[in-house]
Design a protein. Sequence first.
Length: 114
Amino acid sequence: MPSNDWKNRLGVVYSTNPDFGYEEQQRDAAATLPPPQQNLRVQLDRKQRGGKQVTLISGFVGSAGDLEELGRMLKKGCGVGGAAKNGEIIVQGDHRNKVMNLLTEAGYKVKMRA
């Protein structure tokens, strides 16, 4: 049975051919780059968090599962909570130096942003 999801057919012009089949593009999961090829940025962030400080790690290229695993490792190493979503890892509190040390020990290239 063909899918009726109209979002997959955006930009397709109407066809009068009864045998016409829509070709939908498959989105592949992003392949996770090895740690030496990752360019991660660590920064302190307070925006839209009620004045609370969080350490924000961005620039990760890879699957959501690998992002979750890296976030879990950083949160455990810092002994705090946080989240990993939308290609970013949030660690509660100002743990920039500890996060930088953990990431460099794991083999990632890391830069601290102001």
